[in-house]
Design a protein. Structure first.
Length: 220
């Protein structure tokens, strides 16, 4: 467990209200919405709902508002050292975690998270490109064979080789009976963020790292 670094990325739509986007973003997102809906006469309320449901998941239309990382203490195998980087400016967050991520491969660490390959790493990868920040090697998953990857994805562990059904993080938390009173669902991060409640987002992200460690400890 000492060779693992836990990673959790939290995002919110880049603007709270769809119509606050600039013209180019409005046009491209509308095209995306039409491609994923049979009804080409989407109402304003339907488009706004689609925005709230999906924008935070897409690096093209979201902003990173919090990144938390956790590692096992060198002196105490039971102690998890967690640091969160929560800010209104995603560039500051990226610069803050870049050195940590750059050392992942050189230190022989494995990244661990929930759906980390399809979300957290992908979000960071695209944002590093956007801001022209030197890309950490651990975020480059293209041209890597599965057995060459140092990624531990809780989704894969929980599926145990079965891929017929979706795996929801909250279902895993419920299964183990974890206290979720301070847990913020990903789709609710936006409302916390735009209500200027960064403190609760940071607390929830730190809690997420603790969940990851507890889940992994029970599985492996």
């Amino acid at each position: 467990m000492k060779n693992i670094i836990y990673l959790s990325v939290k995002t919110a739509p880049k603007v709270r209200i769809f119509n606050d986007l600039d013209k180019n973003d409005i046009s491209s997102f509308l095209l995306h919405a039409f491609r994923h809906n049979d009804d080409y006469n989407l109402s304003d309320s339907a488009i706004e709902k689609f925005w709230n449901m999906y924008a935070y998941q897409m690096a093209e239309y979201n902003k990173i508002v919090s990144v938390a990382v956790g590692v096992i203490s060198d002196n105490d195998s039971e102690k998890l050292n967690i640091k969160d980087y929560t800010n209104h400016d995603e560039f500051i967050i990226l610069k803050s975690i870049s050195n940590i991520l750059k050392n992942v491969d050189s230190m022989g660490l494995s990244l661990c998270g929930y759906n980390i390959k399809n979300f957290d790493i992908l979000q960071l990868y695209k944002k590093f490109i956007k801001y022209d920040i030197e890309m950490p090697q651990c975020l480059k998953l293209y041209n890597i064979k599965p057995w060459e990857s140092n990624i531990i994805d809780i989704v894969d562990l929980w599926r145990n080789g079965q891929y017929s059904k979706a795996v929801y993080f909250e279902d895993i938390l419920s299964f183990f009976g974890f206290d979720v009173s301070d847990h913020i669902y990903n789709e609710d991060i936006s409302s916390y963020y735009y209500d200027n409640n960064l403190i609760d987002i940071a607390k929830s992200n730190i809690l997420t790292i603790n969940y990851y460690h507890q889940i992994l400890s029970k599985i492996i």
